[in-house]
Design a protein around this ligand. Structure first.
Ligand code: 13P
Length: 248
C-alpha cells in the first residue's frame, strides 16, 4: 500500500446532483488505473447518491464530528457518514481550521471517532505564508501533526496531507525542494509519534496540484499522493493527475 499513490479529490462546497455525472466519469477513470488509489470527497449532500451510483469507488467526507450523537446542530457523526457510504473523512482542513476555528485536539478526537467505526482519516496540516516567511513552516506543521495525531494510528487507516495554506486555490506551488524538506520532516515526526508503521503512512501533497505539475510533485521523495481541490471537479482535469500517479 505504501508504494501505491493515493489521489484524493476534495470538492469542498461544490457539487449539485447535476455534477454526479462528473463523479461517474472520474470513477470510470479510477477503475481503468487500478495501480492508483483514487477517491472523491463531495459535499455531504451527494455522498449517499454518489456511493450508491459508484459502489466500487471510494467516497469520503470533508469533515465529521467527534461525538457519537447529541445536541450539535448542523453536525454529522462518524456513524452517519458511514451509513451514507463514506469510507473515510478529510479532517482538519486549513479552511476548517480557519473558518470553524477547529483545534488540534478536536481534529485528534475526530480521527479517533472515525477510526472507532473502521473508517479512514486524512489529517491535514499546513503553514500560512506568514509562518513560512518567518522560517517557522516546519515547526508549525510538525506542531499541528503532533497535536492532532490520533491514538492507535496505523497506515491502514491514517493518511496525512501537507497543504501549505498559501498554495491552496492560488495557482502557486512550492518548489520541489521545499515539498521534499517538509515531507521528510513529517516522516521524521511520524517516527516519533508511532511505535511502528511510520514509513508506510502516506503523506499527500495538496495546493494547486493540476495535470501540468502533478508528475513533478508526485515524484518528490515521501510524496504518497495528492489532495486536489479545483482540479478534481471534472474528469477532464482530474484524469491527467490520476495518470501522472501511474507513471510517477
Ligand atoms: P486546490 O487544489 O484548489 O488548490 O485545493 C487544494 C485543497 O485545499 C485540497 O484539499
Amino acid at each position: 500500500m505504501a508504494n501505491r499513490k493515493y489521489i484524493v479529490g476534495n470538492w469542498k462546497m461544490n457539487g449539485l446532483q447535476s455534477e454526479l455525472s462528473d463523479m461517474a466519469a472520474i470513477a470510470q477513470i479510477a477503475a481503468a488505473h487500478s495501480s492508483v488509489d483514487v477517491a472523491i470527497c463531495p459535499p455531504l449532500t451527494l455522498v449517499a447518491t454518489a456511493s450508491a451510483q459508484n459502489p466500487d469507488f471510494s467516497i469520503g467526507t470533508q469533515d465529521c464530528h467527534f461525538n457519537e450523537k447529541g445536541a450539535h446542530t448542523g453536525c454529522i457523526s462518524a456513524a452517519m457518514i458511514q451509513q451514507a457510504g463514506a469510507s473515510f473523512s478529510i479532517l482538519g482542513h486549513s479552511e476548517r481550521r480557519a473558518d470553524q476555528h477547529e483545534t488540534d485536539a478536536e481534529i485528534k478526537a475526530k480521527a479517533e471517532a472515525v477510526h472507532a467505526l473502521g473508517l479512514g482519516a486524512i489529517i491535514c496540516v499546513g503553514e500560512t505564508e506568514a509562518e513560512r516567511d518567518a522560517g517557522k513552516a516546519v515547526e508549525v506543521v510538525c506542531g499541528q501533526l503532533a497535536g492532532s495525531f490520533p491514538d492507535h494510528a496505523d497506515p491502514s487507516w491514517l493518511t496525512i496531507a501537507y497543504e501549505p495554506v498559501w498554495a491552496i486555490g492560488t495557482g502557486r506551488v512550492p518548489q520541489a525542494r521545499d515539498v521534499e524538506e517538509m515531507h521528510a520532516a513529517i516522516r521524521e515526526k511520524l517516527k516519533t509519534l508511532m511505535n511502528s508503521g511510520a514509513d508506510a503512512v502516506r503523506i499527500l501533497y495538496g495546493g494547486s496540484m493540476n495535470g501540468a505539475n502533478a508528475a513533478e510533485l508526485l515524484a518528490v521523495a515521501n510524496v504518497g499522493g495528492g489532495l486536489v481541490g479545483g482540479a478534481s471537479l471534472t474528469a477532464e482535469k482530474f484524469g491527467p493527475i490520476i495518470e501522472a500517479a501511474v507513471t510517477s
